[in-house]
Design a protein around this ligand. Structure first.
Ligand SMILES: [Fe+2]
Length: 344
């Protein structure tokens, strides 16, 4: 077996391949690491067959959609998953064949209603059902401590004691554990009484994950993250450096139209010399009136350089194909000592 654990902060994901056939599966890939899985598959000479999410993640962005698009691969999730883009819906007792490897699906609701574990002959990928020295939380959408109790005590902990446990999270740098070690030492598993376990789970006072809304919004629907939108816009346009813009301002270059896309108040408080202002939200509807020549060289800028990237992409889409964005925002511009002017 070819086995790679990819750590991204506290998130653990896996590339698991069949040595003989080179077929592989990617489990719980994270969006920030998308290129890393692609590189790993190439480096190890593997061909991915499936992309699996063990459950709907609420704390990070899944890469299954992005990788699925790039590699033209089926996305696998439990049949109860809300995500509309799942190609292969699985449930308890199903087996995924990946070359000579057989991944058995275990239905383990509790952390979420679509939580699964994937068992091989010597190891089990436990998602957020069973963590090293912990369990998944049950206070997020579709979580249920009663269901988690049953998934743990009636199913997962009845597996072979020697099985290696590979979870979807670990915040202390540990790579894996075993069923026996978790039975013996995991503090949450010492309450073998159902009511006591449920009370323990209800009593946990956990902070909400940092990107909860954005993670659920994108993971449940296949929608894009804000970072993805900006990355795509960045690929769609070209930029102009601050020094180049400063040079053109010094030379009073009439061919460059400097467009401030911030709100009107921010513009009045201080803007690049010679800039005109169309707030980003008004851009599409005011473009024809205010930017009559589509061949104009337009430079967009904003406070931090993100909105201006999106604005430049919009202008290019509209046909202003010579639009560029300032590489940086007004903040960087002033920090670099370049001039700004204020409205009287
Ligand atoms: Fe989770």
């Amino acid at each position: 077996m070819i086995f790679e654990q990819v750590r991204s902060g506290g998130c653990l994901s896996y590339v698991v391949g069949c040595e003989e056939t080179r077929a592989a599966v990617v489990i719980d890939p994270e969006l920030d690491q998308a290129d890393r899985y692609l590189a790993l598959l190439t480096e190890k000479g593997l061909r991915a067959r499936y992309l699996v999410d063990t459950h709907t993640h609420a704390d990070h962005f899944s890469a299954t959609r992005e990788l699925g698009r790039q590699l033209n691969l089926p996305i696998v999730m439990h049949r109860r998953s809300a995500a509309p883009f799942v190609d292969l819906r699985v449930e308890d007792g199903d087996t995924l064949l990946v070359g000579k490897l057989r991944f058995r699906v275990l239905d383990t609701p509790g952390h979420t209603d679509d939580s699964t574990c994937l068992a091989l002959s010597d190891r089990v990928f436990t998602g957020d059902t069973l963590l090293i020295g912990g369990t998944g939380r049950t206070d997020l959408p579709t979580g249920d401590p009663e269901a988690l109790y049953e998934s743990l005590f009636d199913k997962l902990l009845r597996l072979d004691d020697g099985l290696l446990v590979y979870p979807a999270h670990d915040y202390k740098g540990r790579s894996h554990s075993t069923i026996a070690a978790e039975k013996a030492d995991n503090p949450r598993l010492q309450k073998r009484d159902r009511a006591a376990f449920v009370a323990l789970m209800h009593g946990l006072d956990l902070a909400m994950p940092r990107h909860l809304t954005e993670a659920l919004r994108t993971n449940r629907t296949g929608g894009k993250t804000v970072k993805q939108l900006i990355a795509e816009a960045t690929r769609d346009i070209a930029f102009m450096s601050m020094d180049e813009v400063a040079r053109r301002i010094r030379q009073s270059d009439p061919s460059l139209l400097i467009l401030d896309v911030r709100a009107r108040d921010a513009f009045r408080a201080g803007h690049l010399p010679g800039a005109v202002n169309i707030p980003r939200g008004e851009l599409e509807l005011r473009a024809d009136q205010e930017l009559p020549d589509p061949t104009t060289r337009i430079l967009t800028y904003c406070q931090l350089g993100k909105i201006s990237t999106l604005a430049a992409q919009t202008l290019r889409t509209l046909g202003y194909t010579r639009t560029v964005a300032l590489d940086g925002g007004l903040e960087g511009w002033t920090q670099a000592g370049h001039p700004i002017v204020q409205e009287a």
